[in-house]
Design a protein around this ligand. Structure first.
Ligand SMILES: Cc1cc2nc3c(=O)[nH]c(=O)nc-3n(C[C@H](O)[C@H](O)[C@H](O)COP(=O)(O)OP(=O)(O)OC[C@H]3O[C@@H](n4cnc5c(N)ncnc54)[C@H](O)[C@@H]3O)c2cc1C
Length: 452
């Protein structure tokens, strides 16, 4: 039985609060016992040390916009709410670096750095951004959007992180060396680890100058054609900032959209050359699906314009209020969301496999993402059919090196019917790292691949 009094005592001198969990304090269906909301890294360390001493399982929560992604935890005794750590620590504009606490909403960070005409190129979906997605959640889910093609994913943009381990030890990459984490690039290790290795309390990111001019090229055609044309653009000298493919469920046709960024006339010239390559048209704005995960519809009018967030790929519908897009979340419609990776040449096979799976198993599969091979799939169908369809997509990339299909968000029934992670390389090493950093399995047990 958790002793909340002792948890509160641990936190007292550092600020912050501990309370009993309420009906909303649930992690993917697993109810918590208590919620701690520290106000500093010291507070995180103190409360975590005490929680672990009591044998509690702790799950970090930022804005909670992706708390049902990854596997449900085996237990979630304590939710560690990071929203009390919401300071922007430093914006080194001259060095193109920003340091922020884990609970800072990404939208606030973007707003600050926009003042210096800079941006953190993560391209979060508009709905998540508006929902308050935090720096810690961004890092822990390993998010990336269209412009990862040129700028890389979060793992490439993170420069360092400070993390609190389950026993309350604070460790930083690039700074103080802690014996049991020496040798690891902590920030990269924590990226995409779903909070299973440590609680991120602050992180430093590389920024990029906002490139003032941009053009989009949009074309469409049969699946194999679109994949081939997109591949040609990726491999060209035209330096696209993003090449995205969108294939709606049930369709034999896909769309390709290319973003060119830069300064002055050169952008228009490159756009013209891309239009020639993909057989598309040049336009000022992105297509309505840009930077959204599939299975999420941006409602309102069809007039879609960039939002002034500094995230040049954010969208809002013209008819929405206060610049907030009306986004229908995936979870309300029972859609299974998966992440599919492929080699550059494997994208065509993935698109075709989606079409085949639909015809065989009576499902719908919407596929969207970068033509270089990081896509998301929204699968609609019965749990059994969804499991078969995911298996079919996996067969299009038969080894982890050639691609993976992992289920991110799904109902219990789907999770029972399928191995959500599929074949994974390096699992023994991942398990060894988990044992070293969190030997008692006190952090989000069961959330990550292999039951880590
Ligand atoms: C697998 C995955 C892929 C995604 N892909 C994309 C994408 O391609 N493009 C895109 O734009 N967006 C993507 N997203 C969405 C985006 O990353 C999330 O909406 C956002 O990062 C969640 O932030 P949050 O504050 O709401 O986190 P929460 O929903 O509160 O937490 C998300 C996860 O991070 C953990 N966590 C939160 N804070 C911390 C912390 N301080 N320390 C340790 N762990 C923590 C949580 O325990 C949980 O597992 C993806 C999300 C996931 C899960």
């Amino acid at each position: 039985m958790a002793d909340l009094g002792r948890l509160a005592d641990a936190l007292r001198q550092h600020g912050g609060e501990v309370r009993e969990a309420g009906p909303d304090d649930v992690v993917d269906g697993v109810p918590a016992t208590a919620v701690a909301r520290p106000a500093s890294a010291e507070g995180v360390a103190a409360v975590l040390r005490e929680a672990t001493a009591q044998g509690m399982a702790t799950v970090a929560r930022g804005a909670g916009t992706a708390l049902d992604w990854g596997a449900p935890p085996e237990r979630a005794d304590l939710i560690l709410d990071t929203t009390g750590l919401d300071r922007l620590v430093e914006h080194g504009a001259g060095d193109l670096v920003v340091v922020a606490e884990a609970g800072l909403p990404v939208s606030s960070l973007l707003e600050t750095v926009r003042g210096a005409a800079q941006e953190l190129v993560v391209d979060l979906p508009p709905g998540r951004l508006v929902g308050g997605s935090t720096v810690g959640g961004l890092l822990s889910t390993g998010a990336s959007g269209p412009r990862r093609l040129q700028r890389g994913g979060v793992r490439d943009l993170v420069l360092g992180a400070t993390v609190v381990l389950a026993d309350g030890t604070r460790a930083s990459s690039g700074g103080k060396v802690v014996k049991n984490v020496a040798g690891y690039d902590l920030a990269k290790l924590l990226t995409g680890a779903y909070g299973t290795l440590g609680i991120v309390v602050r992180a430093a990111f590389r920024l990029h100058p906002v490139r003032p001019d941009r053009a989009f090229v949009v074309g469409s055609g049969p699946l194999a054609d679109v994949a081939a044309r997109a591949r040609d653009v990726v491999a060209s000298q035209l330096a696209p900032a993003a090449v995205e493919i969108d294939r709606p469920a049930g369709s034999d046709v896909a769309e390709v959209a290319v973003l060119l960024e830069g300064t002055g006339d050169a952008v228009g010239q490159r756009a013209g050359a891309v239009a020639g390559l993909v057989g598309g048209r040049v336009q000022d704005g992105p297509p309505g699906w840009w930077a959204e995960l599939p299975g999420v519809s941006v409602g309102g009018s069809s007039r879609v314009e960039p939002v002034e967030t500094g995230v040049s790929t954010s969208l809002t519908s013209g008819g929405s209020t206060g610049g907030v897009p009306r986004v229908e979340p995936v979870e309300t419609r029972g859609v299974t969301l998966a992440k599919a990776t492929a080699t550059l040449t494997g994208v065509a096979a993935l698109l075709t496999a989606a079409r085949d799976a639909e015809q065989r198993y009576d499902v719908g599969i919407a596929l969207r993402g970068t033509a270089a091979g990081v896509l998301h799939a929204a699968v609609t169908g019965t749990p059994e059919a969804t499991a078969l369809a995911v298996g079919h997509l996996r067969a299009a990339a038969p080894s982890p090196r050639e691609g993976t299909v992992t289920v991110l968000r799904a109902s219990r029934e789907v999770r029972t019917a399928i191995d959500a992670w599929g074949p994974v390389g390096g699992l023994d090493l991942m398990r060894a790292i988990k044992r070293q950093l969190d030997p008692g399995r006190n952090l989000a047990p069961g959330r990550f691949v292999g039951g880590i």
